[in-house]
Design a protein around this ligand. Structure first.
Ligand code: TTP
Ligand code: MG
Length: 385
């Protein structure tokens, strides 16, 4: 299913906060920055000031020169932080998947959240309305199936805009835009692309990947895929773990399969429990083995469907262990499991596999018992520890 991603950015943020406090400044050239008499730079300029060529990062003296009648205000960060906190709280009411970027912008994954509103556009309007009603600020919203397209869309529709790029329309939307609109394309890359006769995103997308990779290396692969409107990055709250892992070192190096299996089961239970506490499922299961000679290997498998079930994690890890043991029979001193590629908890119903549901109920019950009576109160079978 195509994702529905919003990129939301407040318009002329610092300036707008000042205008809310002093409405007389609305509709006028206003600049927030350091002290204009000293060597400060413009942090935020009202759209009226931008029309005169003033932009963020420009020295305040230059801004004063371009527009002597503008109102210059010294930045007051505690005001902006307060407004930012309220802004993020409003967004969190509309989707649990929110990724703030700085003070005044955020990505929101609203896949499925739009249903009660009728359409993504109506949901975006509801968000804009809340922001306007509660903060008296305007926001611009880009809607697309991925982050990069949503971000470019919000930038293009500023101020107080809303621009939706329909699923499948990404390439047509991006084609005519200058390459500099792509995140990752800075001044140097833009110049280098120009020397290759590439100035639009469409031109970049039509160059073979090998050519771009040869020229720019890893970043070339990224910007080439962005140019094609492909961006798999998830909307993730900062600080959320990218993986959960647990390992155990044996008192004595061992090749005893029953001991290895039992310990593998235990570490899988541990990561599974944390995964469910975090309301996540994992798509990737990896095992880590350290041999007696300290050589360490990692083997991993991607699941067909993300899971939070102990059994799924354990059987996958066991499969990896069996394969590793078949390849190398050296005593093991450490065994570990790592689950990654974590996704949200929402999932399809297991219509054809009630066993999975039963096992999940069982996991839940076991966890309740362990929490109430301690971790050793109950264990899954075959455990010999
Ligand atoms: P932006 O969102 O880039 O700018 P903006 O909100 O003022 O204008 P718009 O989004 O409508 O284009 O940045 C948010 C705030 O971050 C901005 O109000 C002030 C601060 N900022 C700086 O302090 N220095 C800078 O160079 C930039 C770009 C922003
Ligand atoms: Mg902004």
């Amino acid at each position: 299913m195509a994702r529905c991603i919003f990129h939301i950015d407040l318009d002329a943020f610092f300036v707008s906060v000042e205008q809310v406090l002093n409405p007389k400044l609305k509709g006028k050239p206003v600049i927030v920055g350091g002290d204009p008499e000293r060597r400060g730079v413009v942090a935020s300029a009202s759209y009226e000031a931008r029309r005169l060529g003033i932009h963020a990062g420009m020295p305040l003296s230059g801004a004063r020169h371009l527009c002597p009648q503008a109102t210059f205000i010294r930045a007051n960060f505690s005001r902006y932080r307060d407004a930012s906190t309220k802004f993020m709280e409003i967004l969190a009411d509309f989707s649990p998947q929110i990724e703030p970027l700085g003070l005044d912008e955020a990505y929101l994954d609203v896949t499925g959240c739009e249903e009660p509103y009728g359409s993504p556009e109506k949901l975006a309007l509801a968000i804009k309305e809340r922001i306007h009603k509660e903060l008296k600020l305007t926001a611009s919203v880009g809607i697309a199936t991925c982050k990069v397209v949503a971000k470019i869309a919000s930038e293009l529709c500023k101020p107080d805009g809303l621009l939706e790029v329909a699923p499948g329309g990404e390439q047509d939307f991006l084609n005519p835009l200058p390459v500099a609109k792509l995140p990752g394309v800075g001044k140097k890359t833009e110049q280098a692309l120009k020397r290759m006769d590439i100035s639009t995103i469409g031109e970049l997308a039509s160059v073979p990947l090998d050519v771009v990779r040869e020229q720019f290396g890893a970043i070339g692969i990224v910007i080439h895929s962005y140019a094609k409107g492909i961006d798999d990055r998830r909307v993730e709250a900062p600080g959320e773990p990218k993986s959960i892992s647990k390992q155990i070192t044996f008192a004595k190096d061992s090749l005893d399969r029953r001991l290895l299996e039992a310990n593998l089961r235990w570490v899988c239970q541990e990561v599974g429990e944390e995964l469910r506490c975090r309301n996540k499922r994992a798509k990737c299961v990896a095992i880590r083995l350290r041999y007696a000679d300290f050589k360490t290997i990692t083997r991993q498998l991607t699941l067909k469907e993300a899971s939070d079930g102990n059994q799924v994690i354990f059987t996958t890890a066991l499969q990896l262990l069996n394969k590793a043991l078949a390849q190398q029979r050296k005593p093991i001193r450490l065994i570990g499991v790592r689950i990654s590629n974590l996704v949200g908890k929402e999932k399809q119903l297991h219509m054809f596999n009630s066993n999975i549901e039963k096992l999940e109920h069982l996991n839940g019950a076991i966890e309740l018992i362990r929490r109430k009576y301690g971790p050793t109160a109950i264990k899954m079978g075959k455990d010999i520890t």
